[in-house]
Design a protein. Structure first.
Length: 656
């Protein structure tokens, strides 16, 4: 009897030839030359040119030196999970040593990226939850500012409030948030139960996707994706989706609730944004990262009479704080007066202005590359946590067990003193300040919008009657693969002209704030109907703050959908992260898809090496979640997709 051949006939060789797709994708990558010529922000173009003349390297130089980028990495088929490898999938070797095929390797890599995103936002959220608990217990001298938020969250969690002080309730809320995050014994997820719509909850439940909590799901993600464990790419994608839910419920919403209780909800304010707002004669402190605790104290100290006087004695005209990335944004809408300068990828350009005396780097997106530029321009960099140390930086931080949070005011005093001394030591450093700045209105949230409109009914009717054709949440990082901030601006220009309203937060919100999109001065950027709706009262792009303020954006979407009488998944709503790059970016877009929003991008996920995972993400999830991921490297095509998809959603709802 002829021996049966078990080689190619049992689905073992469904190799996806990714080489042409990866090559074409790689060829679309931007260069520093493109940034110099085509970045939409003149301050960015001028600073890249200036750094070039000065011979100081930045991320655009380093990206060019990385070319050509690794084919296997881009396709997602490089596996380094065990030391039988590293393995790469090619036509000649369609399986790794353990037998994993491209589908499994691509899926496992995605799961691990999403787990990284959950952990990153989650670690930040945990610190704020713990701070809330310590503040409630009186262990640290921090007032509970968001008294109204404490009461409404207590009601949403079903806590009995009778006879309890705000502090007691805040303590109970902190316990619930921490328990939901770190649960080991499966039980009800109280944050999810309070926040998810019944439709979403039942969709997730039917698919077996309800998460235990973020600690467990990250733990399980790492477990499942280790060698010789999960062998089914589709089951790995279930864990991916679970991570999306826990990303939103624990890392984003949990963190946002804790921040709002502790520091209060956002307030609207108008500021000047961009490098032209840098003051040449004040002590200048940049606030960079994502953790509000020390950043807030530093801003308060910088405004105190004691330090303003000290700065004047050193010849400065006061002390000014600036925002880089997200801690700057959240401090701005809570405390006002913080000038937004740049997202994370632009940090080196900010340092090269020579105008910063001290750079406070807390957690996440404080790239190691900033140190070289800081050294060139004699800027003191201060790190504040053990999770985010930078060699050669000063470290003035709290302990990793947070047992010394009561010393925050002393740490802040030390940091501001250093900034003033640095000002005195840096008088010889040349300031190169590009003269570009625009007015920006910040601090949008459901609360501030309710205060403006009474409730969201007015916005919902505008969506129904077509004054607003749809609403996108514009967020995410920037990415050197595309021309810095160009994709963001190009997409928004087309959307606004087509009467699509834009919410924004996080790194993508910087070009909006810097280039006048968050100001009501220039409503001609919008189509006629959107202009009528905005009525010279509000700007075309509504700025919701830092990346975790996705929570506030979603609360607003949910309210609008409620007044319109439909599920969010059926509304003309979308998540747009044109230039996403970090693992948190994977998590954020995924979280929105789990909520039923399509997500749109100009940057590919590393899935070109697996047709199955590619098709699942870019279409297959629609039947499960009512949403999927859509990518085109051309921003105009992305905008056209959104417009067409909103037209279809409107026609399904019988709206013109
Ligand atoms: Fe190779 Fe499998 Fe080890 Fe990955 S887990 S490195 S595919 S042997
Ligand atoms: Fe951020």
């Amino acid at each position: 009897m002829e021996k049966e051949k078990h080689s190619h006939d049992h689905g073992h060789n469904d190799f996806t030839d990714y080489t042409a797709a990866v090559k074409a994708y790689r060829e679309s990558f931007a260069s520093k030359e493109d940034v110099l010529n085509h970045a939409p922000d003149p301050a960015v173009r001028e600073m890249v040119k200036y750094m070039d003349e000065q011979g100081v390297e930045n991320c655009f130089d380093r990206f060019d030196k990385q070319k050509p980028h690794c084919t296997f990495g881009l396709a997602g088929v490089c596996c380094r999970i065990c030391s039988l490898g590293p393995c790469k999938i090619t036509e000649r070797s369609p399986r790794g040593t353990c037998g994993a095929d491209a589908d499994l390797i691509v899926a496992r890599n995605l799961v691990r990226a999403a787990a990284g995103g959950v952990a990153a936002h989650g670690a930040r959220a945990r610190e704020v939850m713990l701070t809330l608990k310590k503040a409630a217990a009186g262990e640290v001298d921090l007032p509970i500012v968001g008294k109204g938020e404490v009461k409404s969250i207590a009601a949403a969690f079903g806590l009995s409030t009778k006879g309890k002080s705000v502090e007691e309730l805040a303590n109970e809320i902190a316990d619930i948030l921490l328990e939901d995050m770190s649960r080991t014994v499966p039980g009800p997820h109280k944050t999810l139960n309070a926040v998810a719509t019944p439709e979403r909850k039942s969709t997730w439940e039917k698919l077996g996707l309800l998460p235990v909590g973020s600690y467990h799901e990250v733990f399980e993600a790492l477990h499942q994706t280790t060698v010789g464990t999960q062998g089914d790419w589709r089951k790995a994608m279930d864990q991916f989706m679970r991570l999306g839910i826990t990303f939103f419920m624990n890392s984003v919403v949990g963190g946002s609730i804790a921040s709002d209780c502790l520091y209060g909800t956002p307030k609207r304010a108008t500021v000047k944004a961009n490098l032209g707002a840098l003051k040449p004669d004040t002590v200048n402190i940049a606030i960079h990262g994502h953790a509000p605790m020390l950043a807030t104290k530093v801003i308060e100290a910088a405004r105190s009479e004691k330090f303003v006087k000290m700065a004047e004695e050193f010849g400065a005209k006061g002390i000014q704080c600036y925002g880089i990335c997200c801690s700057g944004l959240s401090a701005l809408y809570r405390l006002g007066g913080v000038i937004p300068l740049s997202n994370a990828n632009g940090s080196e350009l900010v340092l090269a202005t020579g105008a910063l005396d001290l750079w406070l780097a807390d957690i996440q997106e404080a790239f190691p590359g900033i140190m070289n530029v800081a050294e060139c321009y004699k800027t003191v960099v201060v790190t504040t946590t053990e999770s985010n140390r930078l060699p050669k930086a000063e470290h003035i931080g709290y302990r990793r067990d947070l047992e010394d949070l009561d010393t925050l005011p002393e740490l802040a005093d030390k940091i501001v003193t250093q900034a003033i001394e640095s000002f005195a030591n840096r008088r010889d450093v040349k300031r190169q300040i590009p003269p570009h700045a625009m007015e920006a209105e910040v601090g949008f949230s459901l609360e501030t919008l309710d205060a403006h409109y009474g409730c969201m009914e007015r916005v919902a009717s505008a969506v129904i009657n077509g004054q607003i054709m749809g609403i996108v949440n514009l967020a995410g990082c920037t990415n050197t693969r595309v021309v810095h901030e160009r994709a963001i601006v190009d997409i928004v220009d087309i959307l606004l002209k087509n009467n699509i309203l834009v919410f924004t937060n996080g790194c993508a919100s910087f070009p909006m704030a810097k280039l006048g999109y968050c100001s009501k001065k220039d409503l001609s950027k919008c189509g006629e109907r959107l202009q009528i709706f905005l009525n010279n009262e509000l700007p075309p792009v509504w700025h919701f703050g830092g990346c975790i303020d996705n929570a506030h954006a979603v609360a607003t979407f949910r309210e609008i959908a409620g007044y319109a009488g439909h599920q969010m998944k059926d509304m003309p709503f979308a998540e747009v992260t044109p230039e996403w790059s970090s693992e948190k970016g994977v998590g954020a877009a995924l979280a929105f898809r789990m909520l039923g929003f399509d997500s749109y991008h100009c940057v590919h996920a590393p899935v070109q090496g697996s047709k199955k995972v590619h098709d699942f993400l870019y279409g297959g999830t629609r039947d499960l979640m009512g949403s999927c991921m859509k990518v085109d490297t051309d921003p105009k095509k992305v905008a056209e997709m959104i417009i067409a998809d909103f037209a279809e959603a409107r026609s399904n709802l019988c709206w013109r």
